[in-house]
Design a protein around this ligand. Structure first.
Ligand code: GDD
Length: 317
């Protein structure tokens, strides 16, 4: 079996590539940074791709003939989407559109299985009575990022209905783990803590909204769900959206408290108003019933273990 991962050197891409290779799948990958090959997992074959050029994309697909395409490339930061809306739409919507257009014009269109990545942000501020959020909750995205990912989901559905593409659109909730770049809550907090432990920053951690609650899952569990969703026999549910989440909510305050308890350093907390967002959904809890119905997936890594692995990974660098 052969997989193509777009965005293979990104946070999730690296973990997915390792997982697939460990499961005997040949992995090809695209990355924005062909020359440096930073964060490239050993064994991944990099293929240069121009996402603006559909014809060249078709050629890449015909050459590689992947059985699976995991479309992870995109702009993944909610907060950045407020300041760079155009780039967010270009990265998330246009890239997906060109890729799917290339797939239906390629030799592999009848066989390949495709996974597009959406987000819990597609749901936006869900109705109180619809929590945990199921896949049929009304989409009311409140961030530019959420709107872009809802559009990706609609494109996935469109290519299934119009062209019979074997496609699943996942809606992951917050995923965390070793290797996540700064800009996300756990990596932001952890990086500061490790800098303080090294004496590179004074002992004051700067944080944003601590009252929000999010449904966190370890990235290593997330990529296993992606693998299981495409690697099934006799699938009858192509075109569906599937939540990938733990089903429990944790407050950002509690994430902070756990990270602080995992460090020996005495740290003061200060709220930085620049880190507060124009709109920040108070609570996200996902319902993972559908994922569990489609696959044998269960999360296996608990939150404290993930947070401790994140700190260890940073301390080891
Ligand atoms: N980034 C960040 N940094 N967030 C903070 C901070 C901080 O210092 N302090 C508090 N927060 C709060 C945010 O306001 C938000 O309520 C919550 O922590 C989570 O923020 P992020 O980690 O930036 O994640 P996100 O929820 O905006 O988006 C993540 O989850 C989505 C799925 O729910 C990303 O991984 C997206 O790519 C993903 O689609």
């Amino acid at each position: 079996m052969r997989a193509l991962i777009t965005g293979t050197t990104g946070f999730v891409g690296q973990h997915l590539a390792s997982y697939l290779i460990n499961n005997g799948i040949e992995v090809w990958g695209t990355t924005r940074d062909y020359l440096n090959e930073v964060n490239l997992v050993e064994g991944v074959k990099i293929v240069p791709v121009d996402f603006e050029n559909i014809e060249s994309l078709v050629k890449v697909l015909d050459d590689i003939q992947p059985d699976f395409i995991y479309h992870l490339a995109g702009q993944s930061s909610v907060i950045d989407s407020w300041t760079d809306k155009t780039a967010t739409f270009q990265s998330n919507v246009n890239l997906t559109l060109n890729l799917l257009e290339a797939v239906i014009n390629s030799e592999i269109k009848g066989n390949v299985k495709v996974l597009t990545v959406g987000s819990a942000e597609e749901y936006g501020g869900p109705d109180e009575e619809c929590s945990p959020i199921t896949e049929d909750a009304r989409l009311k995205p409140t961030s530019p990022y959420g709107i872009s990912k809802a559009t990706v989901g609609m494109l996935a559905r469109h290519y299934f209905i119009a062209y019979g593409l074997k496609i699943i659109h996942v809606r992951p909730f917050n995923h965390i783990g070793p290797g996540q770049r700064v800009g996300f809550v756990v990596s932001d907090f952890s990086n500061q803590i490790v800098r303080m432990e090294r004496g590179q920053q004074n002992n004051v951690i700067s944080v944003g909204n601590l009252s929000a609650q999010r449904d966190f899952t370890d990235v290593r569990d997330i990529v296993r769900a992606y693998y299981l969703l495409l690697n099934r026999e006799e699938v009858t549910d192509w075109g569906e959206c599937v939540n990938v989440c733990s089903g429990t909510a944790t407050s950002i305050q509690s994430i902070l408290d756990t990270l602080l308890s995992l460090s020996q350093t005495n740290i003061d907390v200060v709220i930085d108003s620049n880190k507060l967002r124009p709109v920040d959904t108070p609570v996200f809890i996902g319902d993972n019933t559908k994922l569990k119905k489609f696959t044998s997936w269960e999360p296996t890594i608990n939150l404290t273990q993930t947070l401790s692995d994140v700190l260890k990974n940073l301390r080891d660098q």
